[in-house]
Design a protein around this ligand. Sequence first.
Ligand code: SF4
Ligand code: SF4
Length: 427
Amino acid sequence: MIKKAFWGLSTPQINYEMLPVHLPETEKIPTPERITLFHPKNDALNVPSALGVGDPVKTGQKLSLYPDQNYYVISPVSGTITSLSPYTGDFGKSYIAITITPDGNEIIDDTFRQQIQSPTLELVSNYLTGAPGNAPLSLLADSNGRIKTIVIRGLDPDPMVATSQYIAQSRLKDLKKGIQILKDVTDVQDIILITAGESIQGYGHIGARVKSVKAIYPAALPHMVMKDVLGQVVPAGKTCEDLGVCFFTAEAVISIGSAFESGQIPTSKIFTFIKKDGTRKIVETRIGTPIGDILEAFGETVNEFDRIIFGGPMTGSAVYALEHPVQPDTDSIIVVDRDKAAYISDYPCIHCGECVRICPAKIQVNMLVRFLEANQYEEAADSYDLYSCIECGLCSYVCVSKIPIFQYIKLAKYELERAKTPEAADA
Ligand code: SF4
Ligand code: SF4
């Protein structure tokens, strides 16, 4: 039995850093020699791939291994497919890695442009799901009008990351256009732009309500926004979408606005790059660019046991290959020197209570950990509030025994979801 909804907020005092009033230009990385895209793989579909090695592709072309299914990626370059290979992502998710070698001769696919005079949710969903920002368009399309509010993140959920903040402040015209398109193609008329206290100015006539949150982590996480801005507590085991609210990044909305403004599907990703010395850059590159090219562009070397984190310092995860590409939802890449990296240990829990004190959901984290370490996920969910967790990572951050609590929690939720699938039932 689930005991408790997320219900309170302690004050960990990790602040979000605000960008300066005069925004820097993005630092642009040239198109790499190889682009890699992760196309979702459906193991249940035993059909021949509709794509093959040697196929030419255009910039902005929709690439789908299974044309009858709603899975696709967008080619960010013109060139040739040079390999198709299986790839296993976080928690064993299956993909096909599509590698494209650009030929330097940019040809824009105009299939989308031919249809933009009549925007519909189907059109937006069919072409812009893989655009920068990774808009949750299929969720919107499948909701049958259940989603009544869209929240646009103009503030990044993780501290140190400034991608959404930068985009919301620097691309107002496309943001306004994207908001208008979303209103036109959905039943959603309440759109809220989330920003932090000091940066609320400058968004007049944008077509959305502008609301600020405290510049203190984890105020910009969805569950916190639901509670502090919308006055709704998400019950344990439910999602924001269950309550009719859907979250978009500012970049996802801008991708929609820019696509309808220009007729071209955007293919460049903006993200925050944090070097080992803590220097923060706002970088722009083609989706699919390998991390190795980004490190090289900034003269950053990675030594044994240094860490490369995709995502923010609290909720991101490490990658282990320099070929790992920038993806539509990569909002930050952080390089951490081995001497500063927080390594997990095999020390046992000493019941210091730090995780319990800092947990915004007031979970008995020290008890939850016992069950997670023993892979007893159902017990963790039934008796120790696994589904009340809002995935802030603060427990891992403060754990004196360096137990990877946050990773255990994500794995447990993933495994419990997987156990509900038909494949798991048949196994
Ligand atoms: S990640 Fe940890 S601190 Fe954050 S809500 Fe979940 S259990 Fe609590
Ligand atoms: S912070 Fe770590 S060591 Fe302390 S009670 Fe929580 S899990 Fe145990």
